[in-house]
Design a protein. Structure first.
Ligand SMILES: [Zn+2]
Length: 326
């Protein structure tokens, strides 16, 4: 059977996922994940990414049906028309014309956007948010941020930056420095680096026997803290509880402000333990202003294997009028 499909690309901080997905949200080939081949302190070479995409584009061209274009999900700020990567911190990209390079190389239409917006589209079109009209996609990983879907529409705000809850200030006097250049942002209490930092402190003060065993060369990672908690380590459990508690305060603020019906949680930290969404769900209600909000609010985990990747395909279909949002 011939189908309508798109090539979906999701460029994250350390890896790039590529999939061929049709208008029903079915992958036509097993999605492939490439670690991005460069160090952490110099700008990533866009040519290297194009070379990784080449075999995927060739494979998509061999599938019978119509290849409608390339959906480009990028972890950063990207111009949705030109595909110019305005700022992609993890790749050290500033004003890299990546979208044009992809279009010129493969001669296909491109549909670029930031990964959180793509993730919202994936969940709305094929995932957990299909019935929702007021919801937030929230990612808790290296950072802490949200993207909003309000009144049945994507909501980006004036500059497309709406939903940056992680950079609301909690303590600008004694807080930790944040990646945004300021101090004491909510993200510095919630995201992966905060958990690793607290785990490191527990190791150094000798309060966590499990982290003592897990640490490699005296270093604790976020994943190790989750692992220590799963091993029954009380210090690790307290660290994770504290991070979830701070995330909950931020999320409750979002629900009190916007009267949301659903929050979908994704990102590496939210995937750190299987009961993460339930733990948020249990704690959030006591911060909500109305009983109605408490009754109707649902907290779910990401429902697609990679919402941003599926969303990159959904964006192609929505912008070409093949799939309608409502
Ligand atoms: Zn910040």
């Amino acid at each position: 059977m011939e189908s309508d499909f798109a090539l979906a690309v999701d460029i994250g901080g350390s890896k790039m996922a590529v999939g061929i997905i049709d208008t029903r949200g079915e992958p036509l080939a097993e999605p492939v994940v490439y670690p991005l081949p460069f160090g952490t302190d110099q700008a990533a070479d866009p040519e290297a990414l194009l070379r990784l995409l080449e075999p995927q584009v060739e494979q998509a061209r061999r599938i019978p049906g119509v290849l409608h274009g390339i959906g480009l999900s990028v972890c950063g700020l990207i111009d949705e028309e030109s595909g110019e990567a305005v700022l992609v911190p993890n790749l050290h990209w500033r004003y890299v014309p990546f979208g044009r390079m992809v279009r010129d190389r493969f001669g296909l239409a491109i549909y670029p956007s930031t990964d959180v917006r793509m993730a919202v589209l994936g969940e709305v079109v094929w995932g957990a948010a299909r019935e929702a009209r007021h919801f937030a996609w929230v990612t808790i990983g290296t950072g802490f941020g949200a993207y909003l879907y309000l009144d049945g529409k994507l909501y980006g705000g004036k500059h497309g930056f709406a939903g940056n809850i992680g950079h609301n200030t909690i303590d600008e006097v004694d807080g930790y420095p944040c990646g945004c250049g300021r101090k004491g942002c909510l993200e510095t209490y919630v995201a992966g680096p905060a958990i690793a930092r607290a785990g490191q402190a527990a190791l150094e003060t000798g309060t966590s026997p499990a982290l003592q065993r897990l640490a490699v060369d005296g270093k604790v990672t976020t994943g190790m803290v989750f692992q220590a908690e799963a091993m029954g380590d009380p210090a690790a459990a307290e660290i994770i509880d504290r991070a979830i508690g701070m995330a909950v305060i931020g999320l409750a603020g979002l629900v009190n402000t916007l009267d949301l019906e659903l929050i979908v949680l994704g990102g590496g930290v939210a995937h750190g333990c299987p009961d993460f969404p339930e733990r948020v769900d249990r704690q959030i209600r006591r911060y909500l202003m109305s009983a109605e909000a408490g009754q109707d609010l649902q907290i779910k985990g990401e429902s697609l294997p990679n919402s941003a990747l599926f969303g990159a395909a959904a964006d192609v279909f929505v912008r070409r009028g093949l799939v309608r949002l409502e």
